[in-house]
Design a protein around this ligand. Structure first.
Ligand code: NDP
Length: 450
């Protein structure tokens, strides 16, 4: 049967765009459907605008720190609306670049919501098209807790577009998004209270990293209420009251919910064609991104495996290689580095201490120090670095950092960890002095052995 396209992608986010362009580069005829703006969560509602806001608000600390170096910086203040406008100009520019990239790659862009009506047929904006392969790359959306007044809260989409900086804000959740936004609002000058049901932020990260970051966040003035669960949100004057299950009440100008994201699987026609969802409501796929229907594939957050942009991009490109270049690529989800753009930020790759301990005897190396910058700035902020080493093989199986530039440093370190280098390889590496990163090659004595 002759199809209209070789590949039809639903969702023009990072993963969908990367997979479509790679397929087109290999000569496939490709179309992509998007019902919002081309660019997706990372570019328009996530990583990129979030990081721009972090750059924007972080000047507050830089200016404060500059005083210790002889600068006079009185009178500096942040115009929040200008920051949001500047951020929007950049996301608009990136949206344009994505549209152009698709056009230049000869990928046809269809505006509108796509729905699968048969295993090789998609309907979008009243038009039916057929394709040899369909790729679902629809991402996810913020999930709200089912509590009374949940609709009064903002989620991360809205938090990125607040016209005014709230004076007092409650952030519900302790994951990536909650921690990052608590840091943004605090650095911008808001009073921030973070409500988390666990004792510590960032479940899944190394326990020491969690405790350390929480301590540093508290030093910056973020009030973290551990073991707390929200019960309801009510309007109170111009603001809101967030009531916790234990009866405590928090009066704030804004409540933000950052309690996880859900895969976008609704109204795609999945049930009718037999695409199976897993227990978590995500599209079930194997390591080749194949769903339960042979011609239909899925990548990225809609599969809820490792919900990070570079992972979706790798999955999309890998699929295009497999389908259109005779180069089967199985996605390797092991040892994926990650960062949390908290203040200070976190970088991590490989196993946590607890995970490594479950697999066998380990050595743990740790460095805690005051960064050189703060000798003159006077800021009370320390950096934590940690290496987890498998005792028998001496391979470095985990590297963790909380401190300035952690994401930049750990990205490079991830090559060594992914390559399976040993502690001795780290020891043989000459330091670059004076840097913070050099501590990763200067840790001599384990703090925990065997
Ligand atoms: P996460 O899954 O990271 O965190 C969800 C948070 O909500 C957790 O703290 C969780 O608590 C809490 N929570 C969940 N259910 C409830 C409940 N019923 N009551 C109270 N609290 C609850 O989700 P995020 O929304 O922060 O981020 C989604 C994903 O997006 C991340 O997992 C990550 O993959 C990606 N992301 C990556 C970023 C990066 O790379 N820098 C940045 C932003 C997002 P508990 O800890 O107790 O489970």
């Amino acid at each position: 049967m002759a199809f209209d396209f070789d590949l039809f992608t639903i969702g023009a986010g990072s993963g969908g765009v990367a997979g479509s362009r790679r397929a087109a580069a290999h000569g496939a005829r490709v179309a992509i459907a998007e019902d919002r703006r081309v660019g997706g969560t990372c570019v328009l509602r996530g990583c990129v605008p979030k990081k721009l806001l972090i750059y924007g608000v972080h000047f507050a600390e830089e200016l404060e720190d500059a005083k210790g170096y002889g600068w006079s910086v009185e009178g500096a203040r942040l115009d929040w609306a200008k920051l949001i406008a500047a951020k929007n100009r950049e996301t608009d520019r990136l949206n344009g670049i994505y549209v152009k990239l698709l056009r230049d790659s000869k990928v046809e862009v269809l505006d509108g919501r796509a729905r699968i009506v048969a295993p090789n047929t998609v309907e979008v904006a009243g038009r039916r098209v057929t394709a040899a392969h369909i790729l679902i790359a629809t991402g996810g959306h913020p999930e709200r807790l089912p509590i009374p007044g949940a609709e009064l809260a903002i989620d991360s989409d809205q938090a990125l577009d607040l016209a005014e900086l709230p004076r007092r804000i409650a952030v519900i959740g302790g994951g990536y998004i909650a921690v990052e936004f608590a840091g943004i609002f605090r650095a911008a000058g808001a009073e921030v209270v973070q409500v988390i049901r666990a004792d510590r932020v960032l479940r899944g990260f190394d326990e020491e990293v969690r405790a350390y970051l929480q301590g540093e966040m508290a030093k910056k003035g973020i009030r973290i209420l551990g073991g707390s669960e929200p019960a309801r949100i009510d309007r109170a004057g111009d603001g809101f009251t967030l009531t916790l299950k234990d009866g405590r009440r928090l009066d704030v100008d804004q409540v933000m919910m950052a309690t996880g994201r859900r895969p976008n699987t609704r109204d795609l026609g999945l049930e009718a064609v037999g695409v199976t969802l897993n227990k978590a409501g995500a599209i079930a796929v194997d390591e080749w991104q194949a769903t339960t229907v042979p011609a239909i594939h899925a990548i990225g957050d809609v599969t809820d495996r490792v919900n990070l942009t570079p992972v979706a991009i790798a999955e999309g490109r890998g699929l295009a290689e497999t389908l259109f270049n005779g180069n089967p690529v199985r996605m390797d989800h092991g040892c994926i580095p990650t960062a949390v753009f908290s203040q200070p930020p976190v970088g991590a790759v490989g196993l946590t201490e607890a995970e490594a301990e479950q697999r066998g005897a380990i050595d743990v190396y740790r460095a805690v120090f005051r960064p050189m910058k703060h000798t003159l700035s006077g800021r009370d902020e320390k950096t934590l670095m940690k290496l987890v080493v498998d005792r028998a093989s001496q391979k470095v199986v985990g590297a963790h950092m909380v401190g300035a530039d952690a994401p930049e440093i750990v990205q490079t370190l991830a090559i060594a960890v992914k390559a399976g280098l040993t502690k001795r390889d780290f020891d043989r590496t000459v330091a670059i002095h004076p840097t913070a990163a050099e501590e990763f090659v200067l840790m001599r004595e384990p703090v925990k052995r065997g």
